[in-house]
Design a protein around this ligand. Structure first.
Ligand code: FAD
Ligand code: AMP
Length: 478
């Protein structure tokens, strides 16, 4: 007879492993099932985020940014570094070490918190039972009072660009190139496409990004998106909007890509092609027929605001349910359901989830854009401050970008914060806290910020909402 648990979590990504740890911390007997195994047959924890997502991409973004700084910016600071070159294989090995350390760390955390790790593929077979099939095909059924499905997501594939080993790759393949391609095509100017395009552009690839939509980063405030597009273009990314890819063919060592734009049919040749057209939930086969849990047409498991499925003892979290596909959203949902299972009241504020694009400079935002607020009929006032006017930004050699705050014109309540600038991903936490606490722009304006910091731009943007920024001549306010 297999063990019985208070909670079994299926999937050990940032949604699942966090949920299992929280459940154990709440005194529940918790297990997590993970199907991912290493080449030497050991379970791999951390899911997409740690293995082929957030962490490896950031390792490559940081290394490639430092390379660019060393090559182009050091001299201006008086640093004579000589001829700078990049050893791509070594950069990749460093990334692999970081991934190994972190995934090993999760194994340690699970053990240290008393979570039982079960290797195998989990399937919800009834409202209180999970069947796990191990790598040898042996199936074991575990009983659980509660089940959390955290099966995550996988890259979307599109018929015009079938993957071809090492030549036409998805985001996972793009994290594995062992040398810098000369001509690189990226399909999709979303977060992942821009990050991966940036890595290889910095290392010397001629990068062309083909994006079907006419708008660049429509989820970001218009002014910030426009400035980001300009900055990325200046760095050499050739971003073609309104360019829908319709076909691709590998011819010897080259990939010929066909796309349509306003001028008609176009063709372009690359050495490698990265397909970054989004991700889809990885839910096929995770729930047995007859359990009564619905998935929508795209495969997302249907849940309510607290991640409950239609079966009371089964929850689903992270990338396999509605909402932004982000690691921190998955983790917060994991904590919420563990707390609910433990008998506590818990909820999430889906209006205050930060987003970051780790290009240089970073793009980060939370809450509404000016355009979204207006479309909702809300009268807004905004304040912006350019990093060009920040002393710290000058010292940091990072004067590009701006911080913008969108506030309700009537109540002064902060509705959104959108930033493009160095460390924007760290600065946006202030916007998240402002939204969580229901702060007014004046609250931020009356707060004392350390000098000199990049965050002072947020302070000045808050002051600018009323036309009172100190280090800038303010636009006339009504
Ligand atoms: P996943 O991380 O996908 O984990 C799901 C786990 O479940 C996997 O380990 C899978 O093997 C396992 N599993 C699935 N089915 C079963 C089953 N039947 N039985 C057992 N195990 C199963 N997000 C950010 O917030 N910040 C970033 O900077 C960022 N960068 C990214 C960069 C890239 C290149 C990519 C691809 C993604 C990035 N993301 C980022 C997104 C982030 O990785 C995901 O949002 C996050 O991993 C979702 O967590 P999850 O736990 O829901 O799913
Ligand atoms: P995201 O969902 O943020 O990862 O972004 C994926 C991007 O890929 C979106 O902006 C889509 O418009 C874009 N996309 C999807 N299919 C195509 C295609 N055939 N050609 C060009 N861009 C595409």
């Amino acid at each position: 007879m297999a063990d019985k648990f208070d909670v079994i979590v299926i999937g050990a990504g940032p949604g699942g492993y966090v949920s299992a740890i929280r459940a154990a911390q709440m005194g529940l007997k918790a297990a997590v099932v993970e199907k991912w195994i290493s080449e030497d047959g050991k379970p791999v924890f951390g899911g997409t985020c740690l293995n082929v997502g957030c962490i490896p991409s950031k390792a490559l973004l940081e290394a490639s940014h430092k390379f660019v700084e060393a090559k182009h910016d050091f001299d201006g600071m008086g640093i004579q570094a000589g001829d700078v070159s990049m050893d791509v294989k070594k950069m990749m090995a460093r990334k692999d070490t970081i991934v190994k350390n972190l995934t090993g760390g999760v194994a340690g955390l699970l053990k240290g918190n008393g979570v039982t790790a079960i290797q195998g593929t989990g399937k919800v077979v009834s409202s209180k039972q999970v069947e796990v099939t191990d790598q040898d095909g042996k199936a074991t059924t575990y009983d659980a009072d509660n089940i959390v499905v955290a099966a995550g997501s996988v890259p979307v594939e599109i018929p015009p660009t079938p993957l071809v080993d090492g030549m036409v790759v998805n985001s996972t393949g793009a994290l594995e190139f062992q040398e810098t391609p000369k001509r690189l095509g990226v399909i999709g100017a979303g977060i992942i496409g821009l990050e991966l395009g940036s890595v290889w552009n910095r290392l010397g690839s001629e990068v062309t990004v083909l994006e079907a939509m006419d708008d660049f980063l429509p989820m970001v405030d218009g002014a910030i998106a426009k400035e980001t597009q300009k900055l990325l273009k200046k760095q050499g990314l050739d971003i073609k909007l309104g360019a829908r890819v319709t076909g691709s063919e590998v011819k010897g060592e080259e990939v010929v890509v066909k796309y349509t734009d306003a001028k008609g049919e176009q063709e372009v040749t690359f050495d490698k092609l990265i397909v970054c057209v989004g991700r889809k939930p990885y839910t096929e086969g995770v729930i047995a027929e007859g359990v009564g849990i619905e998935t929508d047409q795209r495969g997302f498991i249907q849940v309510d605001d607290q991640c409950r499925t239609s079966v009371p003892s089964v929850y689903a979290i992270g990338d396999c349910v509605r909402g932004p596909m982000l690691a921190h959203k998955a983790s917060e949902e994991g904590v919420m359901v563990a707390d609910i299972i433990a008998g506590h009241k818990a909820e999430m504020n889906y209006d205050a989830i930060p987003n970051v694009i780790y290009t240089f400079p970073e793009v980060a935002w939370v809450g509404l854009t000016e355009q979204e607020a207006k479309a909702k009929g809300i009268e807004v006032k905004t304040g912006s401050f350019p990093f060009a006017a920040s002393g710290r930004a000058m010292a940091n050699n990072a004067t590009e970008g701006q911080a913008k705050i969108i506030a309700d014109a009537e109540t002064d309540r902060v509705l959104g914060m959108h930033i493009v600038g160095q460390h924007a991903g760290e600065m946006v936490a202030q916007g998240v806290i402002a939204l969580e606490f229901g702060s007014s722009a004046e609250d931020l304006a009356l707060t004392c910020y350390a000098h000199p910091t990049m965050s002072e731009a947020v302070h000045e943007a808050a002051l600018a909402v009323e036309g009172h920024a100190i280090h800038m001549v303010n636009r006339k306010k009504k």
